[in-house]
Design a protein around this ligand. Sequence first.
Ligand SMILES: Nc1nc2c(ncn2[C@@H]2O[C@H](COP(=O)(O)OP(=O)(O)OP(=O)(O)O)[C@@H](O)[C@H]2O)c(=O)[nH]1
Ligand SMILES: [Mg+2]
Length: 408
Amino acid sequence: MQFKEIIASNIEEAFSVAKEKYGVNIFYEPKSAEPVKKKHFWDKQLYKYTFSMYDEDYRKLKDLQNKQEILGITGHDKTNEILSQINQIKNNSKPKSEPTMSAKDFLGGDEIKKLNENLEFLTKQLKNGGMSAEQQEKLHPNILHVQKILKENEFYDEFIKEVVDTISDKLTLKELDDIECVDEFVYDYIKSKLKIAPFYKPRDGEQSILAFIGPTGIGKTTTIAKITGQLTKKQASIDIISIDGYKIGGKEQLERYAKILKAGCAYVDNAEDLQAALAHSRAQYVLIDTAGRSHNDEMNIVTMKALLKSSRFNIKYLLAISATTKAKDVKKIFKAFDTFDFDGVVITKTDESETIGAILCEAMQRDKGISFFTNGQNALKDIVKASHDTVLQMIDGLQYISLKQMQS
Ligand SMILES: Nc1nc2c(ncn2[C@@H]2O[C@H](COP(=O)(O)OP(=O)(O)OP(=O)(O)O)[C@@H](O)[C@H]2O)c(=O)[nH]1
Ligand SMILES: [Mg+2]
């Protein structure tokens, strides 16, 4: 139970302050009024009233306040009060104890109508990423246009808000009226936040070891074949080590690629063999193919990590994730593979989807660079080394800026 003290001149005033601060789930502790010592005899007599609140209700209230803060709903609004009152009225829920007074006692038909209107307002506010419909309507058409582009590309709401706030802060009205200027600003803003991972080219006599991790079926093996293809064109020597031995047809798939691309190929399924294969390799690049792991399969991810991390070699990890991944799964995948402390991100199957906003947001939030993206099933060519312009070119609606910047 949480106890809260309110200083007021009478119980009605105390109740109204308590209700304003904590919502309707706060209850007055009967007979708790205690006179507050006056400084001067002419001061108004005030009383200290004690109110109580169930821990669970207090926690919910705090959660809601935190969410509002994240959404940027600043200043005082009556969200908590309104929501809890509405819940109470709608569910016709019984109070958990017999309060001396509750806000419900004060509500008539008009108040309920008003609360319903407020609920509608709040729902709209939440849908608009924390902005009221009025605030939204007041936005400059070019900001609305930017919001639309970013939303359609599945950028996170908090990122869209950050972009919109920065535009409002930095651009003059004249610049804001110029749609190309606004698009260019957004493009440069994303560019300034997005990292591109280095390629990890080996220095003379050294080796670059890259392991590809990620969910099942998103194109890890094909990506390895594509990178091998690119590297052999540059006369580099490559060995491929697979720890994907149990996948039906996996071995044949990799052997076929290795043969065409004249790369070495080995299969391992335990830490000792991996160590031996790495020690044995003299190639400039060693690309390690792993079995895909569902982001829900924590056990197997941990086992795979233990196997790879047991090696005394310096392995760089690249998380492969498909552009077709649903936005809500992107966060889960990054989180599940975070344990590898991966060094870069490969976005696969960009030919099948152009909404890579969620992947870019997650990479930006976690400070991970984009390494490559792949864009087709042709194992010899459909891969591009990531650069800011090539990645941003995939953002539907901003391509023309990327082409402009690439030409200049
Ligand atoms: N459209 C398209 N398909 C791709 C791309 N990359 C891979 N694929 C296809 O995706 C399918 C799975 O590719 P794999 O390379 O076997 O995927 P994986 O991640 O190694 O799969 P597991 O080893 O089972 O985890 C194959 O049919 C590939 O041809 C791409 O960039 N675009
Ligand atoms: Mg594979």
